[in-house]
Ligand binder design. Structure first.
Ligand SMILES: NC(=O)c1ccc[n+]([C@@H]2O[C@H](COP(=O)([O-])OP(=O)(O)OC[C@H]3O[C@@H](n4cnc5c(N)ncnc54)[C@H](OP(=O)(O)O)[C@@H]3O)[C@@H](O)[C@H]2O)c1
Length: 270
């Protein structure tokens, strides 16, 4: 990972840096020598991480406490990073809804869609242009293993992640000649705050052990610049193979439906 900083540095912007996969990206990028812009809503968490990274690695880290669900948030982030030589963007901020689609408030589903789909697209447009003009840079878009099938009870979330996976892989082809790398990261269950606390579902009831955020991010950073898509972990790769080459689409959807329904907490299953 030592070559990442010379390739894309000096600054990396990481959204969702206050917890989980985003915080782990920030930690591993700091160890690789990057200066950081840490973005999320909880300022104290971001500041705590910035302090730890400064002590451990001498990292320069700026904290941007921002609700990315706000209409003007991406423009504000761009404005607040305009003075920095940013060469890497990690779009990890995200939330999920679980349960019967019709039982979730429309505003909640719309917010999930904005944060998971519109925000990464806008970030890719803004920072992608910047990286193209600079002649080098990288975008890391965090999708999910549920992007590769239709997943009942995670219908809106999985469809949003499917967008991110297709969008990122297409963009990689477009931006490669300009010296800009794009990577889609599609993790399966990963032990994070979000994994433990998503309303309506107990992810530990899925028949898949959760990976650590550390190994998920390590796999992503190993693939950055070399691959279009990283599905971390052997089990997630086997599932992907099964979905692509063994099961019919209808069978895969039915299996996802059964498995996710079993993991819904009382009151969320119809
Ligand atoms: N964990 C898994 O099993 C798993 C599997 C596949 C894909 N993913 C994807 O991986 C990404 C990270 O998930 P995670 O598990 O690390 O989740 P997490 O532990 O819940 O962290 C989510 C991060 O997003 C930030 N965030 C949420 N809403 C925000 C908003 N409106 N504005 C700004 N920041 C916001 C949170 O910070 P604040 O609360 O401080 O704003 C936090 O830093 C997500 O895109 C998720 O869909 C996760």
């Amino acid at each position: 990972m030592k070559d990442l900083h010379p390739r894309y540095g000096p600054y990396a912007v990481v959204t969702g840096a206050s917890a989980g996969i985003g915080a782990e990206f920030a930690t591993q990028l700091a160890a690789a020598g990057f200066s950081l812009v840490l973005v999320a809503r909880r300022k104290e968490k971001l500041q705590g991480l910035a302090d730890r990274l400064r002590e451990r690695h001498g990292t320069t880290a700026e904290v941007v406490d921002l609700d990315l669900g706000r209409e003007d948030a991406v423009a504000e982030l761009v404005r607040r990073t305009a003075h920095l030589d940013v060469g890497l963007l990690v779009a990890s901020a995200g939330t999920a809804t679980a349960g019967p689609f019709l039982d979730t408030p429309l505003a909640t589903e719309t917010a999930v869609l904005d944060l998971s789909l519109t925000v990464p697209m806008r970030l890719a447009h803004e920072y992608g242009r910047r990286f193209r003009d600079r002649g080098r840079g990288a975008l890391v878009l965090v999708s999910s293993a549920v992007a590769f099938g239709a997943v009942p009870y995670l219908a809106n979330y999985s469809a949003a992640k499917a967008y991110v996976a297709q969008f990122g892989q297409a963009l990689r082809h477009e931006l490669k000649p300009a010296g800009v790398d794009v990577l889609v990261l599609a993790p399966g269950p990963t032990a994070t705050e979000g994994f433990a606390n998503t309303d309506g579902i107990d992810f530990t009831k899925l028949p898949m052990p959760a990976m650590s955020a550390d190994s998920v991010v390590r796999a992503a950073l190993r693939g950055l610049g070399r691959k279009a898509l990283v599905i971390p972990g052997p089990l997630n790769k086997v599932n992907d193979f099964f979905g692509k080459h063994v099961a019919t689409r209808a069978l895969q959807t039915a299996m996802f439906g059964t498995l996710v329904r079993r993991a819904l907490v009382a009151g969320r299953a119809t």
